[in-house]
Write a new protein. Structure first.
Length: 130
């Protein structure tokens, strides 16, 4: 659970940073404050983070054999080493690390989009024209 809180905190910081950059951009381009740039930029960043998470899910965990050099990644076999179980275990560990990182990015992207949506609803509820 602390990892989830940490991810949500990072998402909040990202939303605030993107909002500040978007507000500055809106003031430079339109010479007025508008929420359109803030919402669009935050949703765009959330979508990019989600795409990165999906890309991490689809990529292979590790390339075991480097075709250019013909060497195994950091593995020096000797006569007593059973290379099959060692490499299977290493691949499994890399796969679990990859899955964990992909889930973190997935939660980060969803959190950015949810926080943006909630803040937009909050601003629209308290705006004078709403």
């Amino acid at each position: 659970m602390p990892e989830f809180r940490k991810t949500v905190l990072i998402a909040m910081q990202a939303v605030i940073l993107i909002a500040i950059i978007s507000i500055v951009y809106g003031l430079i381009v339109d010479r007025r404050f508008t929420l359109e740039y803030v919402v669009f930029a935050n949703v765009l960043v959330g979508t990019i983070v989600l795409c990165v998470a999906l890309l991490i899910f689809m990529l292979p965990a590790a390339l075991i054999h480097n075709k250019l050099t013909g060497k195994l990644n950091g593995f020096k076999p000797d006569k007593l080493t059973d290379h099959t179980t060692y490499m299977e275990r290493r691949i499994a560990e890399k796969h679990l690390e990859k899955q964990k990182k992909a889930y973190e990015y997935l939660i980060l992207g969803i959190s950015i989009m949810l926080i943006t949506g909630l803040l937009e609803l909050l601003f629209l509820a308290f705006s004078p024209s709403g």
